[in-house]
Design a protein around this ligand. Structure first.
Ligand code: FCB
Length: 485
């Protein structure tokens, strides 16, 4: 992380001593070939799906009474987005949702993870409910159900209503309460047909990229926000889970975390990288796993969150979830960075390893490592892999790669790891590919293409790639193809 702020020298000093005493590290072997499962057959009932998010696909930002979100405002400044694009059309899914549903059904997938735009439902973030916005989700959900596709809705995938940001956003404790109120509205209004809820998407990314590094909306660069933004999301999540359960029975409620093993960069200076790697693990993984599943914060984070934690809060953050959503793309390589007050620096993956379009190591073992950690240290919750996928090489102009062998290999190798984890006892019930159609990828604009289908931006027409056919076959046979197929 190149940000200024975050973990301070004061907090890291005792950690240095701790590392000297401890042999435990956040490291695991890298570059190992994917361990092969005993059986390539997935159990009956295993869910196959694709995942999207509202701001990245819907477009129609002014339609039917929607209010602005922090991403509308952030992306209005073209310097924030690498190709200077915006999401005003995106994949046009507000209008073309039936095409999306058709593609999902055509692949024989049992589930669709999408997100609900908070400012469509509550244009001011709180108060007046916009029925026209809700109607869009009624149409989408009904179209899915008509095809036998189970809807999974994320409540908050980073698009906070701008009105709430102006009242303090996640730095303010009030936002936790507003999230719960919004959740209750959605449960009351849509819960007759929508049963699967994911409260937050990747709170770690929203905290760090949005509030500490400033590369995502709301574009703040302030290390002091680490504590309050982390805690208020955890608190809001707990309050929202309670509110949903109070509003309706029979809902299946989970939340989605971005889990990344934190690996110290190797070499002669490796010892000095151990502690920053442990600190990053606390900020990225533990900051959200521990409050939810243990009712605590990692000790490294204590001094940051403490001023914001009130009596009883940790009973609210700790909730029994019906499933834990795990998003996985790559491990993180961390090194000591003395120029950064947090001492956490982004390191390079080991030389010679495979790299994805984002310059991150392709390493399915990192997913296996996080699943083992959930199994062994967090009571083995039921897990859904709610995102996993690979982008074409980043480019503003290159056409999408339709014969996407690299994506098939990426998915296959990660699924081999999932299957091995299941054979070790992990309770993984489903897998959602990020994503259905090449979409608007936040600060990367249209340069990152993760879709199983390409999209012609002029006509909106979708074209399935080879990976779409591959997933179709997998969902049909439940049998993970070998590398040759
Ligand atoms: C995840 C986000 C998702 C998408 C993928 C590529 O971190 O949850 O919206 O951008 O990365």
């Amino acid at each position: 992380m190149e940000h200024k702020g975050g973990l301070t020298r004061r907090a890291l000093a005792p950690l240095m001593a701790g590392a000297a005493l401890s042999t435990a590290t956040a490291c695991s072997p890298t570059g190992s070939p994917t361990v092969q499962p005993k059986s390539r057959r997935f159990p009956p009932g295993f869910t196959w799906g694709v995942a999207t998010s509202a701001f990245q696909i819907e477009g129609a930002l002014d339609a039917d009474g929607r209010g602005p979100s922090i991403w509308d405002v952030f992306s209005r400044n073209p310097s924030h987005i690498v190709d200077r694009s915006d999401a005003s059309v995106a994949t046009d899914s507000y209008r073309r949702y039936a095409d999306d549903v058709e593609l999902i059904a055509g692949a024989g997938l049992g589930a669709y993870r999408f997100s609900i735009s908070w400012p469509r439902v509550l244009p001011d973030g709180a108060g007046a409910v916009n029925e026209m916005g809700l109607d869009y989700y009624r149409r989408l959900i009904d179209a899915l159900l008509a095809k036998g596709i189970e809807p999974y809705a994320t409540l908050f995938h980073w698009d906070l209503p701008q009105a709430l940001f102006e009242k303090g956003g996640w730095a303010s404790r009030d936002t936790a309460k507003w999230l719960a109120d919004y959740g209750a509205v959605v449960a009351e209004k849509l819960g007759d047909r929508l049963k699967n809820f994911i409260i937050l998407n990747e709170a770690a990314v929203h905290t760090i990229a949005g509030h500490v590094m400033g590369i995502h909306a709301p574009g703040l660069k302030d290390g002091k926000l680490l504590g309050p933004v982390t805690h208020h999301q955890n608190l809001g999540q707990g309050l929202a889970i309670r509110a949903l359960r109070a509003a309706r029975s029979g809902l299946r409620i989970g939340t989605t975390l971005a889990l990344m093993p934190s690996r110290p960069v190797g070499g002669p200076l490796r010892f000095w990288n151990l502690l920053p790697a442990e600190a990053f693990d606390a900020v990225w993984n533990g900051a959200y796993l521990d409050p939810l599943l243990r009712g605590t914060y990692p000790w490294i984070l204590q001094s940051y969150v403490e001023p914001h934690v009130k009596g009883g809060d940790m009973t609210v953050t700790r909730q029994a979830v019906d499933f834990l959503g795990v998003n996985y793309y790559s491990p993180a390589y961390i090194k000591l960075d003395r120029s950064n007050p947090s001492y956490i620096g982004r390191g390079d993956p080991p030389k010679g390893v495979e790299i994805d379009a984002f310059g991150r190591e392709i390493d399915p073992s990192g997913l296996g490592e996080m699943l083992a950690r959930l199994r062994n240290h967090y009571g083995n919750p039921k897990v859904l892999i709610t995102e996993n996928g690979a982008s074409d090489p980043l480019s503003a102009t290159a056409p999408a790669i339709l014969s996407d062998r690299f994506r098939i290999d990426y998915l296959r190798r990660h699924l081999e790891t999932v299957k091995v984890a299941m054979e070790h006892g992990s309770r993984v019930g489903g897998y959602f590919v990020w994503t259905l159609v090449d979409n608007w990828e936040w600060d990367q604009g249209f340069t990152a293409k993760f879709g199983l289908c390409a999209m012609n931006r002029a006509s909106g027409a979708r074209t399935p790639k080879a990976s779409y056919e591959w997933l179709t076959m997998l969902a049909k046979t439940m049998l993970l193809p070998t590398a040759e197929i």
